[in-house]
Design a protein around this ligand. Structure first.
Ligand code: URP
Ligand code: ZN
Ligand code: ZN
Ligand code: ZN
Length: 488
């Protein structure tokens, strides 16, 4: 059966253009975008007069059904995605974690976890060890499984952390496959040392987490990863940029022409450390994530970097553990499962912080919440645009309605919310996923299994010029200079 839908009279916003127009959708695909589309009685009509019609959000950074730090996130691919849809996000890219170092076993396990998906999703993959098998499996992931990005953790010593040697091998492999290397940039050895210092000082509560891994360690690892990517001459994507220190390294590299992408996350943009470390453990522990939420000042600087294009897109790092799980670390902050919520709140908080405040335009909002992510991961304009032929993942945002965030009515399965009580103007009133209305009148109509896996092809525009630069470098390298040879 065919489903037809007309969105009438809204301001249709793409990253490149906006106009008052109707949007006509058939069978999950946008068929036409123009003023005054006439349709028959069999077509459902949504009135969007005075509202914005925009591409659904794409969250580049989530962890659903993630087994981490001895436990598993409470949001799985159904509950996390339902929350996303209620907040105007219609696609996310999650991180596959290898199983005992095996990428294919990791991929299969995430394929299973994702069967209950109610919206479209893609995968990045983490690389946690190195050998010939891993190198071969990376190629299979890119050529056969639709993965075009790999994350390297420079932190979580003894668990996910890798060495510089592995990072170099990984960067080279990514480059040869036309895949994008991503880094979690904190110096894991120094973090480990910092954690021991805190414990020795008797600081065992959640504030010890932030104190043990200051911004200087994020700056160091960001700089190191950027320089190694420059040495290999391959693009680099820095995930969850939380500090001025890391952001300035990215700014410097971009100014020099290096292909570096910086992803701030909502928590880093809208929260600062003041008042977070409540004496009540559970109240404080919900904010524990890595890199940590920084002191006041970093948030505003990251907003400014986003508005000027130094940073390019916004993720969430949605990775939620409930109060019981967070309490695993009641006597030792090192055991608190790391992660905060955000998949449902991102679109509202970015609107409020960046657009409502006057820092960016509505078109830029579309770019940083959707289009840029689709472009980077090579799925534009299937995703990230309201154009004829694009997938019908669409939101209707009413700039005059208001939102208020609370664990009392959010859709995530977790029992706390790091944005508790935040409110403002600009509300996602309707979410359309795959051509179907899944969120309207504050009600979700989601179906497990309705979401599709989106394959992300390699060799995207980020690699333009990379191989040419190598060829030029090789052709310009000279033979050893004769004067250094003593005999012969
Ligand atoms: O605290 C965090 N960020 N948890 C998720 C894992 C990661 O490092 O992205
Ligand atoms: Zn990370
Ligand atoms: Zn993450
Ligand atoms: Zn010689």
């Amino acid at each position: 059966s065919s489903s037809k839908l007309l969105i009438k009279g809204g301001t249709v916003v793409n990253a490149h253009h906006q106009e008052v127009a109707d949007v006509y959708v058939e069978d999950g695909i946008i068929v036409a975008v123009k003023p005054n589309i006439k349709v028959g009685d069999d077509v459902a009509v949504l009135d969007a007069t005075g509202k914005y019609v925009m591409p659904g959000g794409i969250d580049p950074h989530t962890h659903l059904a993630f087994e981490f730090m001895g436990t598993e996130t409470v949001d799985d691919f159904f509950t996390g995605q339902a929350a996303a849809l209620a907040g105007g996000t219609t696609m996310h890219i999650d991180f596959v974690i290898p199983v005992n170092g095996s990428l294919s076993a990791g991929f299969e396990s995430y394929e299973k976890k994702a069967k209950k998906s109610c919206m479209d999703y893609g995968f990045h993959m983490a690389i946690t060890k190195w050998d010939e098998v891993v190198a071969q499996e990376m190629e299979i992931m890119v050529k056969e499984k639709g993965i075009n990005s790999f994350k390297f953790f420079l932190a979580y010593k003894g668990a996910l952390m890798i060495s510089d040697e592995l990072l170099l091998q990984g960067l080279k492999k990514c480059k040869s496959l036309g895949a994008l290397a991503m880094v979690h940039a904190e110096n894991g050895d120094a973090v480990f040392e910092g954690q021991e210092r805190m414990i020795e000082l008797g600081i065992t509560g959640p504030e010890g987490h932030a104190l043990s891994r200051p911004a200087v360690l994020e700056g160091e690892a960001t700089s190191r990863a950027i320089r190694l990517a420059s040495f290999v001459n391959t693009p680099l994507y820095v995930v969850h940029v939380m500090s001025i220190d890391a952001m300035e390294e990215i700014a410097k590299a971009r100014k020099a022409g290096q292909k570096v992408i910086g992803e701030p996350v909502v928590s880093g943009l809208v929260l600062d450390e003041s008042g977070l470390w409540d004496p009540d453990f559970v109240t404080a522990a919900k904010y524990v994530m890595s890199p940590p939420i920084r002191p006041s000042g970093h948030d505003k600087a990251l907003q400014a970097a986003l508005s000027t294009g130094v940073l390019q897109l916004v993720g969430t790092d949605h990775c939620v553990f409930n109060s019981t799980q967070k309490s695993i670390g009641i006597d030792d902050f090192r055991k608190i499962p790391n992660g905060v919520n955000g998949i449902e709140e991102r679109m509202h908080l970015v609107w409020n912080t960046m657009v409502e405040s006057g820092q960016i335009s509505v078109r830029d909002y579309v770019r940083i919440t959707s289009t840029e992510c689709a472009r980077i991961f090579n799925i534009y304009p299937k995703k990230g645009a309201i154009l004829a032929g694009s997938d019908a993942d669409i939101i209707i945002l009413n700039p005059n309605a208001s939102f208020e965030i609370s664990a009392k009515h959010h859709h995530s399965r977790t029992d706390t919310n790091v944005y508790e009580g935040k409110k403002g103007k600009g509300k996602v009133e309707v979410t359309i996923s795959g051509g179907k209305i899944v969120w309207e009148n504050n009600e979700l109509k989601v179906i497990p299994g309705a979401g599709k896996y989106i394959e992300m092809p390699a060799f995207n525009y980020l690699f333009d010029g990379i191989y040419k630069a190598d060829a030029q470098y090789l052709s310009s390298t000279r033979a050893p200079m004769k004067r250094f040879h003593s005999s012969t």
